[in-house]
Design a protein around this ligand. Structure first.
Ligand code: ANZ
Length: 917
């Protein structure tokens, strides 16, 4: 073999070796090769959606990080589970299939093959025998099974957990009302239910979208199409029942605080009180929800949501027409639009009044669309002095504004006429409660309201139930049948999977709006409706229709980490032993950890939805006894976004890298010679700054790509790709190679000393430090600094022009998690005939405390309290030794000048201060 560093050759050699020998195959408990004495480590990547474009540089970023950790942990003696699969259902696959005229199954398979090939080029140590795709019937069979678990469960508020629907107690009065009443009662408790709800209908995509898939501008995240509100019968999952647990269990998780905060905001827990206002001229009352019961004395009017059931009843005859008109008009606006932060508020007076329970005042009741029926009680007490929305409204309609909270800092310039004061402070204008702090007031008034029987403390959540139907073809079919009488029948487990019918025309019925034909906001039948043979099912003599919607893309990714544990299991979603081994973890004190996956790495864009939905499914499975931990992802890490320089010419047109000549003094257009301006941007085709990882691999090798992505900066940071830096890490690998291999002969290089020689002691010290640093840095996920340390080690070895084989071997071992191919090759060449096989399960090299202890310290020296210089002294040096070292230093000498030292203050190892007169 020739001796040059040829990544292409050695990388394909080792990839074939790992594949042929199943080097990274991982055994489950009970399987041959399983070692029960080892601890487990489950490190998971967010699996990719296999797009037609192939891998982008963001994928290898997180995947290299987890691969480093997986390889490192193996060497540290753990059983490591490290897997990869495909999140392959969903809109883009289908959109692509529609654009190209190919069936989504065909496109998806092609894309998966391409992704797999590209990932293998990077040498990731996945157990490929565990590969899964959410689109495979033997996978989605279990997605359907979990849906049935959810469908066949209800939430027991007392026990605070889900229970099988069979255990739901039916009240006697329901029982006595007959079978259909019982069925209705049961259905209304299921965690999956059908409901007519206002949905986000996107005609251009031909589907309903979840709130999360709609932008603040009311357009689809995907494709930026207009989205309309309309009512539709949809499958909903009762995630709201889990709001409190989803919120409170966050505290236990080792996640970035920013992600926890986003989830908390999404769940939107708010503590407050429900208060009844008696109607002045009717029987009955209006119940409101407020987070500020302490402002009750400042409530000068009330507002009902336009959809509130009381609106019709209390509106006085003279106001009826105006109110009806307003309510009709409000119905066409989306919630988003209604709650948008804007000063212009609309509304109408109902003619009715209610009584403020705090002071007995009569307050007018209005209808306004800034109050939503879907939050709290759908009615509010309006406190314009202390709520800006109410302030805007009161200003518009000339309603009284009253100050009942004085800012604590006594801000004298504050004027309640100009704006609401929303902060806390001291109560004023509140009768007996005056002078109380906001917090104290809240407590007292809530107790008072409770004592009066007109209110109570409550908690509300912003979280809504999860809309779970999509009107598309390329998704999991529901295991649900509809009877002719409207009855819903869930399939039995034995009837799964319900596979997608093969269709040639799977396009959604889309509408494109234009001036000539405005969109029709009626929802056409989903594409599955056209698979006539599939749709109708005969069962026990009756005819049923299959559910025509499919599940959203989130479904498959809600539980894939569980299937990885036991992907071939034919009788369960995953085996119990496998689940308990890989998911259960103990804290240092032996108590179980909330979540079983030891490390989950992915982009911050999944902070809310995927992670929240998966936690919800996991908790349902936990409640039903199918999994053994209450949380799936114990530790989460978000990688930063990789961006890249985009270059424009003087006209502002983007210029691609291929047309650029990069020189010392800047970037120049190859053809015109024009100097270009560059700025760091998100990678995008339109800005011509997309880096194709495959091209980088072809030019420099997979090891260099891995190393570069880890060397760019801290993993969590957003950072720009710099094409000119890739050769830098390539050269480091080449130097490491030449340290060991003679390029001309392919033999070991002359720098590799004889095995019989004594290893150089100074290099040995540097090596021990490097081993410690690289290990610590991997634990901290600070890969860039680990790489710097290895670079320094190589420099040191070059300086000495000699390295002992045992030192080179240990270097290869610590390099191996980062650049596994070259490390395997160096290891093999160093071990020579002593060795056959991979280094993947070698022990991580050890370091000696004595070897890494620094024997010298740097002590700052001050003269009269001002920094004068530094001296390097032995750790054991005493005051007089440090002082003489200081007096020998030119800068210190200069500072002392003609002066006389009258006092010496020495803090051992930290500081020397010379007092001079
Ligand atoms: C009186 C009040 C006084 C309020 C004050 C706030 C400040 P969060 O924190 O988001 O939960 N509200 C209640 N139900 C509503 C609905 N269905 N639609 C629109 N607004 C509603 O917000 C709770 C506050 O939002 C409640 O507290 C209520 O206004 C309003 F100085 O009540 B507050």
């Amino acid at each position: 073999m020739s001796g040059e560093y040829a990544p292409g050759d050695i990388e394909s050699k080792w990839q074939s070796y790992w594949e042929a020998n199943k080097t990274f195959r991982t055994s489950n408990p009970g399987e041959p090769g399983f070692d029960p004495s080892k601890k487990k480590y489950y490190v998971l990547d967010m699996f990719p959606y296999p797009s037609g474009a192939g891998l982008h540089v963001g994928h290898p970023e997180g995947y290299t990080a987890t691969d480093i950790i997986a390889r490192y942990r193996r060497m540290r003696g753990y059983n490591v589970l490290h897997t990869m699969g495909w999140d392959a259902f969903g809109l883009p696959a289908e959109q692509h299939a529609i654009d190209t005229g190919q069936h989504p199954a065909v496109t998806t398979e092609k894309n998966i093959n391409n992704f797999r090939r590209q990932l293998k080029m990077l040498g990731f140590s996945y157990d490929w025998d565990r590969e899964i795709s959410t689109t495979a019937p033997d996978y989605y069979r279990w997605t359907q099974w979990i849906f049935l678990q959810i469908y066949n469960a209800w939430y027991d508020e007392k026990a605070k957990r889900a229970r099988p629907i069979a255990e739901l107690e039916i009240p006697d009065d329901v029982k006595s009302s007959g079978e259909s009443a019982v069925r209705e009662f049961v259905d209304s408790h299921r965690l999956a239910y059908l409901a007519e709800v206002p949905v986000n209908w996107c005609p251009a995509l031909g589907t309903v979208l979840s709130n999360e898939e709609v932008t603040n501008e009311g357009r689809s995240e995907r494709g930026n199409h207009p989205v309309y509100r309309r009512p539709l019968k949809q499958w909903m999952l009762r995630i709201t029942r889990y709001a409190d647990r989803l919120e409170s269990d966050l505290a236990e998780l080792d996640w970035p605080e920013s992600v926890k905060l986003m989830q908390r905001n999404w769940i939107g827990r708010s503590e407050g009180a429900q208060v009844r206002f008696r109607l002045a001229d009717h029987n009955g009352h209006i119940e409101i929800f407020t987070t500020r019961p302490d402002t009750l004395f400042g409530a000068t009017y009330m507002v009902l949501a336009p959809e509130h059931p009381l609106v019709d009843r209390i509106t006085t005859p003279d106001r009826r027409e105006a109110v009806r008109e307003y309510v009709a008009q409000a119905a066409s606006r989306s919630e988003l639009d209604r709650t948008a932060d804007n000063k212009s508020k609309t509304g109408v007076f109902t003619g009715a009044f209610a009584i403020n329970p705090a002071n007995g005042e009569k307050v007018p009741v209005w209808v306004a669309d800034y109050v939503l029926m879907t939050y709290g009680t759908g009615a509010i007490m309006a406190v314009p002095g202390h709520d800006q929305r109410d302030h805007d409204f009161a200003t518009t309609f000339d309603l009284p504004i009253r100050k009942v909270v004085e800012p604590a800092d006594g801000n004298g310039t504050f004027n309640i006429r100009d704006a609401a004061y929303e902060g806390e402070g001291t109560a004023v204008g509140s009768g007996n409660f005056d002078g109380l702090s906001t917090r104290e007031f809240k407590k007292r008034i809530t107790a008072w309201l409770e004592a009066q029987g007109i209110g109570r403390g409550t908690v509300n959540y912003k979280l809504r139930d999860w809309l779970f139907s999509r009107q598309r073809y390329w998704g999991e079919p529901f295991p649900i049948l509809h009877g002719a009488d409207g009855r819903i029948v869930a399939l039995e487990d034995s009837e799964l999977p319900v596979t997608l019918p093969p269709m040639t025309d799977f396009r959604p019925a889309v509408e494109v709006a234009n001036a000539a034909s405005p969109v029709q906001i009626t929802v056409p039948e989903p594409p599955l409706g056209r698979a006539k043979d599939w749709v109708t099912v005969q069962r026990q003599g009756a005819s049923y229709q299959r559910e025509l919607n499919t599940m959203p893309q989130w479904a498959g990714s809600c539980w894939y980490y569980l299937r990885f544990l036991d992907p071939k299991n034919k009788t369960r979603f995953c085996g119990r032993d496998a689940e308990q081994y890989w998911m259960r973890s103990a804290r240092k004190d032996g108590t179980p950890h909330v979540g079983g996956i030891d490390l989950y790495v992915g982009g911050a864009e999944h902070a809310v939805l995927h992670l929240l939905y998966a936690r919800f499914w996991h908790k349902v499975l936990f409640d039903l006894g199918h999994v053994s931990t209450p949380e799936p992802f114990g530790k989460l890490f978000n990688q930063g976004m990789i961006r890249a320089f985009a270059y424009v010419d003087a006209r502002g047109a983007y210029v691609g890298y291929d047309d650029i000549d990069f020189r010392e003094d800047g970037a120049f257009h190859r053809a015109t010679g024009e100097k270009l301006t560059g700025a760091v941007e998100k990678m995008s085709k339109s800005m011509k700054n997309v880096i194709n990882p495959e091209e980088v691999v072809h030019e420099y090798g997979g090891d260099s790509l891995r190393l570069y992505e880890m060397f760019m900066g801290p993993l969590e940071a957003s950072k720009p790709w710099n094409p000119r830096d890739v050769p830098g890490v390539f050269r480091f690998l080449q130097r490491a190679w030449r340290l060991v291999v003679n390029e001309a002969t392919g033999e070991l290089s002359a720098m590799v000393a004889s095995r019989d020689a004594e290893p150089d002691a100074a290099l040995e010290r540097v090596l021990h430090k490097t081993i410690r640093k690289v290990g610590d840095d991997i634990d901290r996920m600070a890969f860039n600094t680990a790489i710097s340390a290895m670079m320094e080690f190589v420099n040191e070895a070059y300086r000495l022009k000699s390295i002992h084989p045992s030192q080179a071997e240990r270097f290869a071992l610590i390099l191996s998690p980062f650049a596994p191919h070259i490390a395997e090759e160096l290891w093999e060449r160093l071990r020579g005939t002593m060795w056959i096989g991979s280094l993947a399960y070698e022990s991580w090299p050890t370091w000696d405390a004595a070897m890494v202890e620094d024997s010298q310290v740097e002590v700052p020296v001050q003269v009269n309290g001002k920094m004068a210089g530094k001296v390097i002294v032995s750790k054991s040096a005493d005051e007089s030794a440090v002082r003489s070292a200081a007096l020998a230093d030119d800068r210190v000498k200069g500072r002392i000048g003609e002066g006389r030292i009258v006092k010496t203050i020495y803090v051992p190892g930290r500081m020397l201060n010379l007092i001079v007169k």
